[in-house]
Write a protein that binds this ligand. Structure first.
Ligand code: GUN
Ligand code: ZN
Length: 430
């Protein structure tokens, strides 16, 4: 019989508070010689190895110098863009028309959707991402493919049918009514099944008529426990376009708010060029802004104001935005977040970067009490990081004086080679 009780020995890192809002020394819980107990998929104890008692019959996993922590949570991505990641030379609107829409049209074939869903989860897990929040395509089968594959692997995963009824090719357009009907049917079938969650998904205002936004706002009102995801203020040309399509709207966010698409469980991807009113309304609702730094540099969108937005109390998650983002790696994503913040004059601390990729994303998804942390009672979605995974990282790591100096070279230079082991729901899967 496969053991469901495990004890992992290694360095351990969890969080006790948000390091953007709390003094660093009070925000984390690190043990040089730590232990984590997992029973039936749940973390039942974490602490210094000499304090934690191994349960009877536990399988022992000795990780030595390696760092055991929560798996990464990618709070915004497009799994259907897996195959066209890192496509050259376009800004947002041209990039969508040239690369994205032709690729998404291929998902009319359910076999292709199955193939890419498999490929996506292989890549995500290899990069230490244990929870993914994805856009699907317009095709209900693309949602089915993603959920089936996540379910098969026991992964906590969320997605929704991407709704578009204008400014997209004919074969990628639904209607207000079919968007509502198909989203509702998928939601009723999948939301809350195993570790899966349905996310109501209007792509962004330019590709939805007011009727469609209204219909999806109504669906959200009928299912307020669901998340809703969309894009907001990513590029200046996009914002101009929104202004011309919605001449009555006060600003970009207003195009959502007017139709019932602003709320606590709303996830707003990018949110770079926000106006004061938009920031106020997002904060009043407690909505989440999802920072996609490799995408923002790759497509040339702009510099997200991490420190300013966190200081005014916004909820912020971190994401790859695969395939507008240029990497499946949340390590590379943290590095890009660091670089963007540097361009705004502020160096994010490694504790803040790792917090964003785990707790920050989990809190944005309203899953902050279940995943994204190494603490008692949390689901055992864990990664084991090798902090010396390449010669370049290893020689830099050798100079470290504390855990943050030890982990920062892996954040800046690491990739899937740094992911030594991956645990999903208390089982080692990689
Ligand atoms: N805005 C609307 N759709 C998309 C998309 O697929 N990727 C990005 N980066 N921005 C978008
Ligand atoms: Zn996106």
């Amino acid at each position: 019989m496969i053991s469901t009780t495990h004890i992992l020995y290694g360095q351990t890192l969890g969080y006790t508070a948000d390091p953007f809002l709390t003094d660093l020394e009070h925000a984390f819980d690190w043990h040089r010689h730590g232990a984590v107990v997992i029973q039936n998929g749940i973390i039942t104890d974490v602490g210094p190895a000499d304090r934690v008692t191994p349960p009877e019959g536990a399988t022992v996993h000795e990780y030595g110098e390696r760092l055991v922590m929560a798996g990464f949570i990618d709070a915004h991505l497009h799994y259907p863009q897996t195959a066209m990641i890192a496509s050259w030379g376009k800004r947002l609107i041209d990039w969508l028309n040239t690369y994205t829409f032709p690729e998404e049209a291929k998902f009319a074939d359910p076999d292709y959707a199955d193939e890419i869903a498999k490929r996506y989860f292989d890549l995500a897990l290899a990069h230490g991402t244990t929870c993914s929040v994805s856009y699907a395509t317009i095709h209900p089968a693309s949602v089915e493919a993603f959920f089936k594959e996540a379910q098969r692997r026991g992964v906590r995963a969320l997605t929704g049918k991407t709704c578009m009824d204008r400014n997209a090719p004919g074969d990628l357009r639904d209607t207000a009514q079919s968007a509502y009907d198909e989203s509702k049917a998928l939601l009723e079938k999948w939301h809350g099944v195993d570790r899966l969650g349905y996310v109501i998904t209007p792509r962004f205002s330019p590709t939805s008529t007011e009727e469609q936004l209204e219909a999806l706002g109504a669906l959200w009102a009928e299912h307020p426990d669901c998340l809703m995801q969309t894009h907001l203020s990513e590029q200046l040309e996009e914002i101009e376009w929104v202004r011309s399509l919605f001449p009555e709207a006060q600003d970009y966010l207003d195009t959502y708010e007017t139709h019932g698409l602003l709320g606590e469980r709303g996830l707003y991807g990018h949110a770079i060029h926000l106006e004061a009113r938009e920031k106020d309304r997002l904060a009043e609702h407690g909505a989440a802004l999802i920072h996609c730094p490799t995408s923002n540099t790759f497509i040339g969108s702009g510099l997200f104001d991490m420190v300013g937005l966190k200081a005014e109390g916004q909820h912020v998650g971190l994401a790859t935005d695969t395939g507008g983002g240029s990497s499946f790696s949340m390590l590379r994503t943290m590095a890009a977040a660091y670089e963007i913040s540097q361009l705004r004059g502020i160096a994010l601390h490694p504790a803040q970067l790792l917090w964003l990729a785990t707790c920050g994303s989990a809190q944005s998804l309203h899953l902050g009490k279940r995943v994204g942390n190494l603490r008692e009672g949390y689901e055992a979605d864990l990664i084991v990081l090798d902090l010396a995974s390449t010669p370049a990282i290893s020689q830099r790591h050798n100079m470290a004086n504390d855990i943050w100096e030890a982990v920062f070279p892996t954040i800046m230079m690491g990739d899937d080679r740094a992911i030594h082991d991956v645990w999903i729901g208390g089982a080692k899967v990689l």
